[in-house]
Design a protein around this ligand. Sequence first.
Ligand code: SD4
Length: 336
Amino acid sequence: MNRRKFIKNTALTGAGITLGNSLMGCTDKTSKEPEGTLPSKDKPKTTLPLVIATWHVKEATAKAMEVLQAGGNVLDAVEQGCNIEEADEKGQSVGKGGLPDRDGNVTLDACIMDKHGNCGSVVYLQNITHAVSVARKVMEDTPHVMLAGKGAKKFAVSKGFEPEDLLTDASKKAWEEWKIGAKYKPIINIENHDTIAMLAIDKNGDLSGACTTSGLAYKIGGRVGDSPIIGAGLFVDNEIGAAAATGLGEEVVKSVGSFLIVELMRQGKSPQEACEEAIGRIVDKPKKNYEDFQVGYIAVNKKGETGSYSIHQRFSVTKFQNGINEQIQSGFYNKS
Ligand code: SD4
């Protein structure tokens, strides 16, 4: 048995005393209940499929659910869900209309990961709205994982993506106003609508995830955040679960947040516990500077249980499950 499987199995055995069959996966209907556990019919249902995403993005989760309900592929679901936000010019932190870097260039980061552990990513992509779809093409049509800048754009154009100006009048105006003071300070929550990271699980329990952003507003030209970094902004392991991040990417990269959450779930933590511990790793540092920035995580495990947690209040997630597409306020660390 390899080490990965060993840890997973150990975690399952340890937790099995209290959680019984529920940890054995959503498709296991044959094994007997240990004594003292609730009969299956009385347990809370974690029905599939489900979609969860960062921030208030009901149209995006609705699109992903529509794909899943139609029997579509879970990878198509997260891609098409994210595409909705990328095309929405009103969203100033994703795709078209994203806020530019300090030189006025809109540069996009995105990644996608499937149930087989395949992944694709683009960084510093310019003039192409659907960065997440380019990331998917990198995954499916190249031997690489990540393409950057000019090469990423050239590749996108070769795949039929139309170049366009992503700097809308509203974002240009915001940048011009910013230039007056030109202070670099991460904004804690942008109107409850920011980088979109989406995780989905289909009715068979298969997972995929995607993440797409224009990154931090007014960043230094060339800066890349966590969102296209596999393991930081997104991680999917079809045996265990998936996690994704939003917020100050530098802090997510330093703690490899999404991979950490999936590994914590592998060791037996619930998605909620794993998100809280990953935030704990960021805030619990000798130099306590977390008051200046936000990080938020979402996670889902193989059973369809979800979790979310952030440093500061007002991080919300959108979850679509059991026919209900709802915005949920996340728990948060900083109560002061
Ligand atoms: C980044 N994580 O580029 C992204 C930005 C973001 O909410 O998520 N903002 O660092």
